[in-house]
Design a protein around this ligand. Structure first.
Ligand SMILES: C[S@@+](CC[C@H](N)C(=O)[O-])C[C@H]1O[C@@H](n2cnc3c(N)ncnc32)[C@H](O)[C@@H]1O
Length: 348
């Protein structure tokens, strides 16, 4: 009898032995149907978009009262509250007065320091773009509605979402892994709201950061940076890094989550421009989600690469080896990789 992988079972007993056990099938089915539950994130997007959690943080409310507060239909609001209760995001008290549950108080009330609601606002703003994913895969064409950087309605939640996420999950690791002592100037290229510039200036009292970003992003960054005492050490440049001069020279060029917005040729050009903007002993720090040789990584890098087909004109996650090649071609010297998300390259 052949032992090829697709060999037919000799008899029913063999067939039974080769049938996956019931528990494995049931688990696989549950996982599969879990991935079909699009309604849960969709309901949360609407609740955040309609300001439900902010309104309930003011005071618990019955459905009619909440509907009046958020300017929505009473019957629709009632159904939304019941769904959110079932999902564990609100709790119902006496007289059908609903209040934020633990998770919503901490993460969905905009007054909380741990607010992450911008992720739901971003997904909501991207909703129609997601409808184009099949076409994007079929044709390979850029998204018909354009990329997120050209649309202020999508750019604002993107930058707020990146800011919130970095502060909760990434800043600490980056600050720990990078030693910027001795650096006097840093270019935060595509710096968004200035999340990293703010943290670097707070950590290094002699450092001056220059945040370079698109004009619409710079307007948003100006408002965020003005709330922080280190604002005097953060300069702002509004421009397009694919066309405009980056200024300098700088001791450090820092690029976080920027390279994945560019296709390979333009990523190569950007790495070259960064090198030209550095002092001879300067360093380029690239922080990104790099794919390993098999095209995936442990941080959902392949899934992220697919989302970039609907969010950007031509972005993709780059392989770590490809980024190192870009650095070598741009003339960078020694390379260090202090964490899986960081590549640091010496200009000389
Ligand atoms: C994903 S965000 C990263 C923000 C921030 N560095 C972080 O890690 O949280 C990418 C940033 O690159 C900026 N960007 C994209 N294309 C640009 C361009 N052509 N010129 C300047 N900035 C650009 C966007 O506006 C955005 O702020």
């Amino acid at each position: 009898m052949s032992d090829a992988p697709h060999a037919q079972p000799a008899d029913a007993a063999d067939a039974a032995r080769q049938t996956p056990d019931h528990e494995a099938l049931s688990q696989a089915l549950q996982d599969l149907m879990g991935d079909a539950e699009i309604w849960r994130p969709r309901i949360l997007m609407s609740a955040v978009r309609l300001d439900v959690f902010r309104a309930l943080a003011e005071a618990p409310a019955a459905p009619d009262a909440l509907a009046a507060r958020i300017g929505a239909d009473p019957e629709g609001t009632d159904r939304l509250l019941c769904a959110l209760k079932e999902m564990g995001y609100v709790e119902e008290g006496a007289d059908r007065r609903f209040a934020n549950a633990f998770v919503s108080r901490h993460f969905l009330d905009p007054a909380s320091p741990y607010y992450v609601g911008s992720w739901f606002l971003l997904n909501d703003a991207d909703w129609s773009a997601w409808g184009g994913l099949s076409d994007a895969i079929r044709t390979g064409a850029p998204p018909t509605g354009g990329g997120v950087f050209a649309d202020p309605e999508r750019l604002a939640p993107l930058l707020h979402a990146a800011h919130e996420r970095a502060r909760l999950f990434h800043l600490g690791e980056a600050l720990q892994a990078l030693d910027l002592r001795g650096a006097g100037s840093l270019l935060d290229l595509g710096g968004g709201l200035g999340t990293y510039s703010l943290a670097f200036c707070e950590t290094y009292p002699d450092l001056v950061c220059t945040l370079f970003d698109l004009p619409a992003a710079i307007d948003l960054a100006r408002a965020e940076i003005a709330r922080h005492p280190v604002q005097d050490r953060i300069r702002l440049i509004a421009g397009d890094f694919t066309r405009d001069a980056l200024g300098g020279p700088y001791d450090v060029v820092f690029m976080s989550n920027v390279l994945h917005g560019e296709p390979p040729e333009s990523a190569q050009a950007l790495v070259g421009a960064a090198r030209r903007a550095l002092t001879p002993q300067g360093r380029l720090v690239i922080r990104d989600s790099f794919l390993e040789d098999d095209g995936v990584n442990a941080f959902n890098g392949a899934i992220f690469s697919l989302t970039l087909m609907i969010e950007t004109e031509a972005g993709r996650t780059h392989k770590r080896a490809a980024v190192k090649d870009m650095l070598a071609r741009a003339g960078f010297g020694a390379i260090e990789e202090p964490t899986p998300k960081l590549i640091v390259a010496r200009a000389g």
